[in-house]
Design a protein around this ligand. Sequence first.
Ligand code: SAM
Length: 193
Amino acid sequence: NYRARSAFKLIEMDDHYRFLRPGQTVLDCGAAPGAWSQVLAKRTNANGEQVEKRVGKVMAVDLSPFHPIVGVTSFPLSDFTSPETQKQILETIDSKFDVIVSDMAPKVSGMNSLDHEIIIDLCRKVVRFSECALKPNGTLLMKIFDGGLTKDLEKILVNMFHKVKYVKPDSSRKNSAEIYFLCLKFKIKLSNT
Ligand code: SAM
C-alpha cells in the first residue's frame, strides 16, 4: 500500500532501468507524503525485509511534514536548498550516495513558464549537491517540467554523467509537462585542474 500513486512512476522507471539495489544509500528529495521513500526502502532493503540481502539506507527530506517510514531517516519540515539541511544530511552518512532522487516540485502556479523556472532552479541545487555527495558511477533521477531551460540543464548533466536519459513514465499524466532526467554513471573526477 503506497501513500501516493507517484510510487508507480518510480517503480516503472526502476523496473526498466534497474538502478536500485539492496544495500544502496539513497537520498529522496521532496519525499512527502512518502510513496517514493516506501519504494526506495523496499528496493534498497533499508527496511530489512529481505533477510539474506544487504541492508540499504534511505534519507528523505521535504518542506512538509510526513509520517515516518520503516528504515527511512526523515528530515521533515526541511528545505533541501538550505545549506543547513544539506549539512545535516551529509552528517548522517558515512559514505556518499549511490543514488539521489528528486521528485521536488513547487506548488504549481498555473503559469507554466514560472513553474518551469522554479523547478529547474531546484534541479540545479540538486545537481550542485550531487557533485560532492554522489559516488562515482552513482545515479541521479530528477523531475522537471519541460520548457525552455531543459536543454541547458541537459548540457550540464551530459558533462557529469556517462548516460543521460529523458524519461516520461506511462504512469505520468500525458498532458502534464512532467518528465524525468535519469542520469547514470556519475563520471569520476580525475583532477581539479
Ligand atoms: N515523491 C513524493 C511521493 O512519492 O510521495 C511526492 C513528491 S511531491 C510531487 C513534491 C514535494 O516536493 C512536495 O511535498 C514539496 O513539499 C516538496 N518540495 C518542494 N520544494 C522543496 C524544497 N525546497 N525542499 C524540500 N522539499 C521540497
